[in-house]
Unconditional design. Structure first.
Length: 397
């Protein structure tokens, strides 16, 4: 069904890097979400009235809020498609994140409302009516929400959309809450004990938790995220594959919406190559990055020594010492400036972003001492920088 909808309603559906295609995916997900959630709201609302069940009604209005969320997502996706203008030179892509943030607050509001109603139900329970047809309808609801969640996940994976992945998470939360509702009905039929209010509290808490999760996922790109390690490696290898590029560092990526990124990186070039030749290589890489990666890439050239054996030997020794002190750290922009009484080693040291000032200072001092032990004439001039790449968790490895 998912592939059928994609192929019949999205033109050029394989070209997911195009903004228009990404927008079409978002529109399709929104329309399908509106249809499914309005249908589920109508069914559950009727069932809730018949059963006098606050947990079923909570589920119904949660679906209605999901339909409203799909409408907001639709508007957000369409507005995000607007091209750049004089007031917004980087486009309007972040509107999609803002729309998702509004959705998260709607989900939270529904959760708070039914948390209050559920506590009232615990204090003043109402009579429930068990009907097998109601359970069947709720099971159908689970099937619809499960499909809708998988539908959003598949579309989200195709276009790398955090918003759609958040909708997937929200749908899975609905599957859990509806399952809990069915459990309360079956429990009442078997024991004649009404746990509807207690289950309603559980439903409300799950809904609120889903709202918090959506807010977190959409706030991260708005605030500014660390670079995904896979994105880092992709850009790094793309730049370093060109002849005349000896290495890269200081990659920073700015997200201006799904599929809209701007990045800057330092590329190391041999210091004995004509500057115009290196500049031509840099220009070509920037053009190719825009075409092949869809990223507006700005490259800064750093000339590095490639022939002087003494410089290379001392640089390699510095790298070896630092790796022994802390394998998480690296150096770049290494220069050696000889003088009458001493030789200055000038370089940048990159450390994990969570290192505090004391740890940075201690590590720098240890490195200086170890280098002076190798060559007392060497004096280090170290600039400490933080790493902007996200650290992989054990689960990612």
């Amino acid at each position: 069904m998912t592939e059928f909808l994609i192929r019949h309603f999205i033109k050029d559906y394989k070209d997911v890097e195009k903004i228009s295609v990404r927008t079409a995916y978002g529109v399709l997900a929104s329309i399908v979400g509106i249809f499914c959630n309005v249908f589920l709201f109508a069914v559950k609302f009727v069932v809730g009235l018949v059963l006098h069940s606050v947990s079923v009604t909570a589920d119904a209005f949660n679906n209605l809020s999901d339909a409203g969320s799909s409408i907001i997502s639709f508007v957000g996706v369409k507005m995000a498609e607007k091209p750049a203008d004089k007031d917004h030179p980087f486009g309007h892509g972040r509107i999609e994140y803002i729309a998702a943030l509004v959705v998260s607050f709607l989900v939270l509001e529904v959760g708070f409302t039914f948390l209050k109603d559920s506590f009232g139900k615990i204090l003043h329970p109402e009579t429930m009516n068990f009907q097998i047809v109601s359970v069947v309808i709720l099971i159908l609801s689970i099937a619809v929400k499960l499909w809708l969640g998988m539908f959003n996940r598949k579309l989200g994976e195709k276009i790398d959309s955090k918003v759609m992945m958040a909708v997937f998470t929200d749908s899975m939360g609905d599957v859990i809450t509806t399952s809990a509702t069915i459990l309360s009905l079956i429990f009442f039929a078997i024991t004649d004990i009404n746990i509807d209010g207690i289950v309603g509290v559980g439903v409300a808490l799950v809904v609120m938790w889903a709202g918090v999760g959506i807010a977190k996922d959409t706030l991260e790109p708005l605030i500014g995220q660390a670079i995904d390690p896979e994105v880092y490696e992709e850009i790094k290898h793309f730049v370093e594959k060109y002849d005349g590029i000896e290495g890269t560092h200081d990659l920073i990526v700015h997200n201006y919406g799904p599929g809209r990124s701007m990045a800057s990186i330092h590329a190391e070039v041999p210091n004995d190559v004509d500057i115009e030749q290196s500049h031509e290589i840099i220009d070509r890489i920037e053009r190719d990055a825009a075409k092949e990666l869809g990223i507006f890439l700005v490259i800064h050239m750093d000339p590095v020594e490639m022939r002087d054996k003494r410089v290379l030997r001392i640089r390699d020794k510095t790298v070896e010492i630092l790796q022994d002190l802390d394998p998480a750290c690296t150096i770049h922009d290494f220069r050696m400036v000889p003088g009458e009484k001493q030789t200055n080693l000038i370089f940048d040291m990159v450390v994990p972003i969570d290192y505090d000032e004391k740890k940075k200072s201690d590590l720098s001092q240890q490195l200086i001492e170890r280098i002076k032990a190798v060559d007392p004439h060497c004096e280090c001039v170290i600039t400490v920088e933080s790493d902007y790449v996200a650290q992989s968790s054990p689960e990612d490895k």
